[in-house]
Design a protein around this ligand. Structure first.
Ligand SMILES: Nc1ncnc2c1ncn2[C@@H]1O[C@H](COP(=O)(O)OP(=O)(O)O)[C@@H](O)[C@H]1O
Ligand SMILES: [Mg+2]
Length: 307
């Protein structure tokens, strides 16, 4: 199709290509991505916020030198915002101009619903011809209403969009589709059935450390290890909202901004708002609990460094 890098030929290559974009994938995720590309099926990524779902689409589009077309879902999302819309203002202007030129009603009407007046939104754009198959990211589908899911299902089934006033637009090549959900509600089975499904979990310690190394490259190795260990301890608590990868990375950056090279109870207390975003969680951890966690990771990281 083009000179852009083609799709990866193995799971390992998928993993390496994502890694080249600073995305550290475990084998299962790399497998899901590889299969979605090979079988030309949408990839459905579900998981807690901040576990790296959106970033998969971004990294993959870069790895394939493909355009990233993003549809951010929200309540009230409809066809006009997601697929296409008529440019009413320009249509009205066209009518006025036609009237001024004494054109007949039929003459004016004939041109009003042509491509000239069509505004392509993300879903339609992803179906239009492109030099490289784009990556269509349908982000946080759980935030959209259920009728939109039904519409999306139609689009995904045929990769076509019918514009009643104009025509049916069908993709020559199916876009690469990535759907994410933070699971604030269940997505309908019919949507999932079309997709390769992958649950994105919090990373294990080794992967999180690798992510910190890549995303906060100036952090000292010993500090990076402490950060990872501490965040993992936090995730073991019964908190309202556990810290995701975004929080781990941000904390690393915060500690660097404060010129810290190691964790201490005061620093943890002062910066805990980077990791925890609910007052109840903060109140629970700040102080003695934070000190206890620091103490327990102190032993763990010291042991790891001896090994
Ligand atoms: N596997 C990973 N490798 C490198 N960085 C990651 C990885 N997963 C997540 N990140 C980083 O963590 C942050 C949160 O990821 P994001 O994709 O926004 O999470 P989600 O969409 O699941 O809420 C981003 O800054 C992203 O760059
Ligand atoms: Mg996201």
């Amino acid at each position: 199709m083009t000179s852009a890098p083609g799709r990866p030929h193995s799971i390992d290559e998928t993993r390496e290509r994502l890694l080249a974009q600073d995305y550290v994938a475990d084998r299962r995720l790399a497998t899901a991505v590889f299969l979605a590309l090979s079988l030309e099926r949408p990839l459905f990524l579900e998981g807690e916020p901040g576990t790296g779902k959106t970033e998969v689409a971004k990294a993959l589009s870069r790895a394939l030198s493909a355009e990233l077309i993003r549809l951010q879902c929200h309540e009230g999302l409809d066809v006009n915002l997601a697929a296409y819309e008529w440019n009413y203002a320009r249509q009205i202007l066209e009518i006025r101009l036609g009237e001024a030129a004494h054109e007949s009603r039929e003459q004016i009407a004939a041109g009003l619903f042509s491509e000239r007046f069509l505004i392509a939104r993300p879903l339609l754009r992803a179906l239009l011809p492109q030099p490289v198959r784009p990556v269509l990211l349908i982000d946080e589908l759980d935030r959209a209403d259920e009728p939109f899911e039904a519409y999306l299902l139609e689009v995904l089934a045929e990769f076509q969009i019918t514009i009643p006033e104009l025509t049916t637009i069908r993709a020559q090549f199916a876009p690469i589709v990535i759907i994410t959900s933070n699971r604030t509600r269940e997505i309908h089975d019919a949507v999932k059935r079309r997709c390769i499904y992958h649950w994105v979990d919090y990373p294990d310690a080794a992967r999180e450390l690798e992510i910190i190394r890549r995303r906060v490259p100036h952090a000292q190795e010993s500090l990076a290890r402490q950060i990872v260990a501490f965040v993992r301890e936090l995730r073991g608590l019964d908190l309202y909202k556990l810290p995701g990868l975004s929080e781990t990375i941000e904390w690393g950056r915060a500690l660097l901004a404060l010129d810290r090279t190691a964790l201490d109870p005061q620093t943890i207390d002062d910066t805990l708002g980077v990791l925890l975003k609910y007052q109840d969680d903060l109140a629970r951890v700040r102080g003695s609990e934070a000190a206890r966690l620091l103490d327990s990771i102190g032993h763990a990281t010291a042991a790891a460094e001896r090994d």
